[in-house]
Design a protein around this ligand. Structure first.
Ligand code: PLP
Length: 461
């Protein structure tokens, strides 16, 4: 990244300098940025691409953190926002309603499977998870089971950073430095089948959930929270029948099943909701990110009629809310975004093209560092290993050298944005915009092959 022509703000400030001095980047080692290691500044987007402040083009292979599903630069979403500002800039949905929130809730309810008909808006994903965990506790309390306070989540899964959501997040180093967390978070093994012993039954992971429920005492467990495909750790898909088994376990012990679809909804897996791909019926879905394709911040918790019912009676209410939830401008943008999905059949496009995308990634298996290729839809990961035969992983020091020391920079320098992640074993994750096609898969390949080959050589030294 060159410093030759520093780009400036509208008022003539040097963007790089001002960013380093004033902007606090999330999850970032701020001390690592310098004149020779600049903060990447993304200034513009168009379709599957974004451009940095110097005009260089990148393929957005991550959809701006699993968000920009409809692709960048769709002016019609901005126009919907502008029209809404002219009509009603803001009003809250605390005791009032406004047309766009009503229309959006009704539209979402028409797309969700089964009786998931009650939409509680939030400003983002963590708030949606927080709301779901609180709703689960409150639901049981209202039905006279005030001891049902715990929730079960999976190891390495990410469900957000607020203290409640963090209690579900299963990434040790994100949790331990903020403890004590909200009590009640329990964790079970995930479905990282690549590292399972060969003779392990596919039913094992769901059985772990039941065992943990029994260990905790079913009368103390309110909810099980799972992503359809677990993101952190690298796109762990469920074994055959997993969710059906979990559904049965939840029903057996009167426990709510929360499908955390902050990533997996809105076409990511080729369906509006990820649970549709695996044929299970959750009690609550949490969503955010691509609900608006991130043209505006917005999240939602969608509850089944059964779960919402106790809150709809007499003087009862759910004593919970966020000022910006259901914001009229965000609602208008979400409606326009869903119109794009319908008009362009983005879910159908993912189902038609996911095979081609996957095949491109599978074609990299001859590179010694490529251990596993897994995922579903436009949500795929490559796990990087030291030894393909033994599946031996890199240790922390090696991962640091491989991911932060080489891969992240090398991929970005060659114009591909994706995520090199080591919250579990080291992986590279791909979550391209849903407008990607053959041309973009080929571009990805043309970056990945030389960079992964070089990474293999580097790690052999
Ligand atoms: N749940 C899942 C599955 C996520 O992937 C994320 C964020 O990536 C969250 C919750 C938290 O969402 P947010 O960052 O919008 O608070």
């Amino acid at each position: 990244m060159s410093t030759a022509t520093p780009s400036t703000t509208a008022t003539g400030l040097n963007l790089q300098e001002e960013a380093r001095r004033h902007l606090w980047l999330h999850f970032s080692r701020m001390g690592g940025y310098s004149d020779t290691h600049e903060i990447p500044i993304i200034a513009r987007g168009e379709g599957p691409y974004v451009y940095d402040d110097k005009g260089k083009r990148y393929l957005d292979g991550l959809s701006g953190l699993f968000c920009s599903n409809a692709g960048h630069g769709r002016t019609e979403l901005g126009e919907a926002a502008a029209r809404q500002v002219e009509e009603l800039d803001f009003f809250m949905i605390w005791s009032y309603a406004h047309p766009r929130a009503i229309e959006l809730a009704s539209k979402i309810a028409s797309l969700t499977p089964g009786d998931l008909n009650r939409v509680f808006f939030t400003s983002g994903g963590g708030e949606a998870v927080e709301s779901a965990l609180k709703l689960a506790r409150n639901y049981h309390l209202m039905r006279g089971n005030g001891r049902k306070l715990k929730h079960i989540a999976r190891e390495v899964a990410y469900h957000g950073t607020t203290l409640g959501a963090l209690s579900a997040t299963g990434v040790t180093n994100l949790r331990s430095q903020f403890e004590p967390l909200v009590p009640g978070g329990c964790h079970v093994p995930n479905t990282n089948m690549y590292h399972w012993p060969e003779d392990r039954e596919p039913t094992w992971a769901a059985e772990q959930i039941e065992e943990r429920i029994l260990f905790e005492d079913p009368d103390t467990v309110s909810a099980v929270i799972l992503e359809p495909v677990q993101n952190a750790g690298g796109c762990f898909v469920p074994p055959e029948g997993y969710f059906q088994q979990v559904r049965e376990i939840c029903d057996k012990y009167d426990i709510l099943l929360i499908s955390d679809e902050v990533i997996c909804a809105w076409g990511r897996l080729g369906h509006y909701f990820g649970c549709e791909r695996y044929g299970y019926q959750p009690d609550i879905i949490t969503s955010a990110k691509a609900l608006t394709s991130a043209y505006m911040p917005m999240g939602a918790m969608i509850a089944s009629d059964r779960v919402a019912e106790p809150f709809m009676e007499g003087t009862n209410s759910f004593a919970h809310g966020f000022t910006f939830a259901g914001h009229p401008v965000a609602s208008a943008v979400a409606l326009a975004n869903i119109e794009v999905f319908e008009r362009e059949d983005l879910c159908g496009h993912v189902l038609r093209k996911e095979g081609e995308f996957r095949e491109m990634l599978e074609g990299l298996r001859d590179i010694p560092i490529v251990g596993d290729v897994r995922g579903a839809g436009f949500f795929q990961a490559i796990e990087l290993v030291k030894d393909q035969g033994t599946k031996e992983s890199f240790n922390d020091e090696e991962s640091e050298k491989l991911l932060r020391g080489f891969l992240s920079g090398a991929l970005y320098d060659r114009g591909l944005i994706c995520r090199a992640d080591d919250r579990g074993d080291p992986v590279i994750q791909f979550s391209p915009t849903l407008v990607c096609d053959t041309e973009q898969f080929e571009e990805m390949h043309d970056v990945l092959r030389p960079v992964l080959t070089e990474a293999s050589q580097l790690m052999r030294k």
